[in-house]
Design a protein around this ligand. Structure first.
Ligand code: C5P
Length: 215
């Protein structure tokens, strides 16, 4: 199957030398891409800046920096994909102004005004007209089930993969993860703590099943 995966963080420019970002390492998205390629799928990986080697055999690797660039890359490629997995930790806000010249240290305080970035996952159905299997991720520090099931419905996902990022042993920037799966039909499942490669394998199998069910 043809599969689109977003991975890693985004960077939102404050000025030419500074940016806002987050702790995403990209490991989960890259593990998914690696497994999917190994299983013979055609994979388009759209990635923010990460310190990882891209799997060999990708159909395409698109390297982006900002949420806007990720939005455009997804919009231009999602058509024709049977599944789209939005694993990237996209910045929710970006500075309204990003001057061409470095901001100098002249004032005692500096206020940054932020605006919302494009909601890429939220645009998949209504904006891009995507009708394939849609998988979102939810990284939460509290009320995991509430936010995950809300996202499932609001964004039109078939599956939301949720992880608790308040735990230091799993999730952001570690090699291991434990995730809870929330399916559109109300089913729930936990994939217990294991390597991100292990989680990636199980998730690809589950997504293959969802695609088969849709055919
Ligand atoms: O709302 P939250 O950021 O927790 O949602 C996470 C999910 O939404 C992930 O699947 C992420 O890739 C996606 N997302 C997105 N565009 C954004 C923010 C999040 O696609 N601007």
């Amino acid at each position: 199957m043809r599969l689109l995966i977003t991975a890693g963080p985004t960077r939102e420019a404050i000025d030419p030398v500074r940016f806002l970002t987050n702790r995403s390492s990209g490991k989960m998205g890259y593990a998914l891409a690696e497994t999917a390629v190994a299983k013979g799928h055609e994979v388009i990986l759209i990635s923010g800046p990460v310190n990882l080697e891209a799997p060999t055999g990708l159909a395409e690797l698109v390297s982006i920096e900002s949420a806007r660039e990720m939005f455009e890359a997804v919009r231009d490629r999602i058509d024709g994909c049977e599944a789209a997995i939005f694993c990237a930790a996209v910045a929710d806000y970006r500075p309204v102004n990003s001057p061409d010249r470095k901001i100098k240290k002249t004032e005692d305080s500096l206020t940054l005004e932020l605006e919302k970035t494009e909601d890429i996952l939220g645009s998949a159905r209504s904006g891009f007209g995507f009708s394939g299997i849609l998988v979102g991720f939810a990284a939460e520090t509290h009320d995991l089930a509430k936010y995950a099931s809300g996202k499932l419905e609001k964004k039109g996902c078939d599956l939301v993969v949720a992880n608790d990022v308040s735990r230091r042993d799993i999730g952001f920037d570690t090699d291991r993860n434990e995730v809870q799966l929330f399916f559109a039909d109300g089913r729930r499942e936990t994939l217990p703590v294991q390597t991100k490669a292990g989680i990636g394998q199980k998730l690809v199998e589950i997504i293959e099943g969802l695609v088969k069910g849709q055919r």
